[in-house]
Design a protein around this ligand. Structure first.
Ligand SMILES: Cc1ncc(COP(=O)(O)O)c(C=O)c1O
Length: 444
């Protein structure tokens, strides 16, 4: 057994015991693919600000931060107060509420393309609905997506990454064109195929920018999709309200026809939204014409759409983002983290570097840094992918947990405004210790 695993077993006895029960209950013993850790996952108990504790009492600086949802950190007072009061008034009122109006107002105030809003329950639902709207609006059938860009797990958009595409019908797969993110391939497909309804992408690149795309690519896509009457959709589930108050579309000044949102949108509760051009969103609207309403219209029920708890949490979070320098603070903390990580790598003579737009930090190991004049990492995507030896990344993730740092899969660190400078400095020290353990165990 590696020394990392030995320590992991020793410091997490209650997690091990709990995992033993879960193993026969859930596939892989977990309830989200990314929570799977070999030899067993850790069970979390409580959290406040940028810190969380597991059931063994171990303390972690939390860079998973609600899978990116908690840009304000855990337990932000305004969100908790709003929720406490709403719980007493009812968690589901089975009707329209003023709370959903407030929530939509905050979104329309912040997101440039948001002429209208439709709430859903998750990011997966948001991209599913965006595709349906685009097909109904254009009368065309297919979608272009980019390899490795993630938009949730439904049949259409789970394609394009070796994640497990079992169960996706061939007929559905035929309607999804997966391309490498370069403008030449998009241009070629749009010239040859007049059945493309929409193009969807993560606007900072796959996985929130782990495989970055430059802003000029967004501009080129904007004009190309306009020329071909193709609906341009930004998946801002990760970037929305994070890379700027109004997401990547505000940061880079490129307005899509629609964008999809979740995570930060709902203040740490479940929730999502499709926003965009009025004419497209109004494909959901009844017209009182029986033929339109039954044949052309896009139907959209959903038990938890804009439920009052998500509405109040989302409203509280978005109004704080609108009025306080939350994104700016996260960006400053991210720069401090990146620079500390880079110093550690240089000092220890380990190939690699930290990069990422705004408050999402990625660690690339086994590769040399290459940046363009805008500070966007331009290392070829296949090089970034190949550098990530899964055994080494797994060891790093566990070594970091042993040092009290929880990251998304070892290489993705997301900041919140509740992290402190001393959290960052402590994390840099812990990263150095974790790297040392990974090296001693022979993974580097
Ligand atoms: C860019 C992106 N789109 C969509 C989703 C799916 O969102 P959800 O997990 O809320 O279904 C995710 C989830 O991580 C995501 O990162």
């Amino acid at each position: 057994m590696t020394t990392i695993d030995e320590r992991f077993f020793k410091t997490h006895p209650l997690s091990l015991e709990t995992a033993t029960q879960a193993k026969d209950m859930f596939p892989d013993g977990v309830t989200h693919d990314i929570r799977y850790i070999s030899p067993f996952p850790i069970y979390m108990q409580s959290a406040k600000d940028g810190i969380k504790w597991d059931i063994d009492g171990n303390r972690y600086i939390d860079y998973v931060i609600g899978h990116g949802a908690l840009i304000l950190g855990h337990g932000r007072k305004e969100v908790v107060d709003g929720l406490s009061s709403q719980i007493k008034d009812g968690t589901h009122l089975g009707g329209s509420t003023k709370q959903e109006i407030q929530w939509a107002k905050e979104i329309m105030n912040l997101v440039p393309c948001a002429e209208k809003v439709r709430f859903v329950a998750s990011g997966t639902e948001a991209s599913l609905m965006a595709l349906r709207l685009a097909r109904a609006y254009t009368g065309k059938n297919k979608v272009i997506k980019f390899a490795y860009h993630f938009h949730g797990w439904h049949d259409y958009l789970i394609l394009g990454e070796p994640r497990g595409v079992g169960g996706v019908p061939d007929k559905v797969a035929e309607t999804v064109v997966v391309l490498e993110p370069n403008i030449e391939s998009v241009e070629r497909v749009l010239q040859q195929d007049d059945d493309i309804a929409c193009l969807i992408l993560e606007p900072t690149g796959a996985h929130g920018g782990q495989l970055p795309v430059p802003p000029a690519f967004l501009e080129a896509l904007r004009s190309l999709t306009e020329q071909h009457n193709v609906v341009l959709i930004f998946d801002e589930v990760v970037t929305g309200f994070r890379v700027s108050k109004g997401g990547a579309q505000l940061r880079y000044g490129v307005t899509p026809d629609m964008s999809t949102h979740a995570k930060v949108l709902a203040g740490g509760l479940p929730g999502g939204a499709v926003v965009g051009k009025k004419d497209i969103l109004d494909m959901i609207q009844h017209r009182g014409d029986p033929k339109w309403d039954s044949q052309k219209r896009v139907a959209h029920p959903g038990t938890f759409n804009a439920n009052p708890l998500s509405s109040v949490a989302g409203t509280a979070a978005l109004s704080i983002i609108a009025n306080e320098p939350i994104n700016e603070r996260c960006d400053v903390l991210a720069e401090r983290l990146k620079s500390g990580i880079n110093d550690v790598l240089i000092r220890n003579e380990i190939d690699g570097f930290a990069y990422g737009v705004s408050s999402i930090v990625f660690i690339g190991l086994g590769i040399a840094p290459e940046f363009d004049s805008n500070g966007i990492c331009v290392v070829p995507h296949d090089k970034i992918r190949k550098a990530a030896d899964p055994r080494m990344v797994g060891a790093l993730r566990k070594a970091l947990l042993n040092e009290g740092i929880d990251t998304q899969g070892g290489r993705v660190w997301r900041l919140s405004a509740a992290h402190t400078e001393s959290n960052i400095d402590d994390s840099i020290g812990s990263f150095e210790k974790a790297l040392d353990a990974v090296r001693k165990d022979g993974f580097i």
